[in-house]
Design a binder for this molecule. Sequence first.
Ligand code: SAM
Ligand code: SF4
Length: 345
Amino acid sequence: MLDIPTVQRAAPSKAGLVDPFGRHVTYLRVSVTDRCDFRCVYCMAEDMQFLPKRDLLTLEELDRISSAFVERGVKRLRLTGGEPLVRRNLMQLVRRLSRHLESGALQELTLTTNGSQLAKFADELADCGVRRINVSLDTMDPERFRRITRRGDFATVMDGIRAAQAAGIRIKLNAVALKGVNEDELSEMVRWSHGQGMDLTLIETMPLGEIDEDRTDRYLPLSVVRERLSREFTLSDLPERTGGPARYVSVTETGGKLGFITPMTHNFCEGCNRVRLTCTGTLFMCLGQEDAADLRSVMRSSESDEALHRAIDAAIARKPKGHDFVIDRTTSRPSVSRHMSVTGG
Ligand code: SAM
Ligand code: SF4
């Protein structure tokens, strides 16, 4: 009998994802919608044009691509947006993804939210294995909150935070430091959030997408904020790095942890472990660059995931070294034309 070798199609590599600079990609952020019920002044224009719904991946497709990443060694998955909790039936996706927590493949399933819908979904999120979430809150003043978000209700967000805490979910607050807007209350926010058992991370405004105002006017370097806070608090650097952009300090007076995300004053790219998927299936290998890979058409071209894995490999092989953000008066256009709500921060 002739020994005829069977023609084997190249098996997709299930190896972990390592970029050309040796960085392991273990963290995927998924923007499940570009829509939002707020219009934060630093994030969006008042009359934002959102994507037509027909362009969105279905929840099944979001699950399929996310799960392909989990298969390739992604350990942390963050759902974001736009506002993730305004995506219809999002809980179906969270429930499906939670199988990877149960199997142990995924260490963390989490989300970043503005908190407006949190009271409604907190219990179910906890039930799906979500243990901590990030809530964005830039001020403690309801009037200011309305002005910054253009349409948010402070009390509703507070209810959401309390509901999440009651459900056993730990919360980290994120606040964008804005010159002339909330700079006078940042120390109060440190005291309040730590007093409520929540860590706080401050973020520098980043030049993403056209908005209705000039970002230069609102840009507040966190080096300045840190210097001011250190007059009131004892801040000690913590060695802890999450592979993310934040540097942490402990605050002796409150016993809490304070993070600084400083893309403008300190480049955070050397330890970057993440990539970002949009709600249309576009993969951005860097928040601060335009290069992207279209995973939607690849995924839709075949029922098997082979081509998808190959496309993921090719994308990771193009992950750039870092971003080139600039905010100054000589550059009136944003460094990156898409809004933060497309890639979800
Ligand atoms: N809607 C959710 C929320 O606000 O938490 C999730 C998406 S939002 C785009 C994610 C984070 O990005 C928020 O903490 C928000 O404050 C931050 N953000 C939005 N635009 C930004 C910008 N231009 N510079 C810095 N941070 C920004
Ligand atoms: Fe919406 Fe979040 Fe952007 Fe505010 S920061 S407009 S809540 S996506």
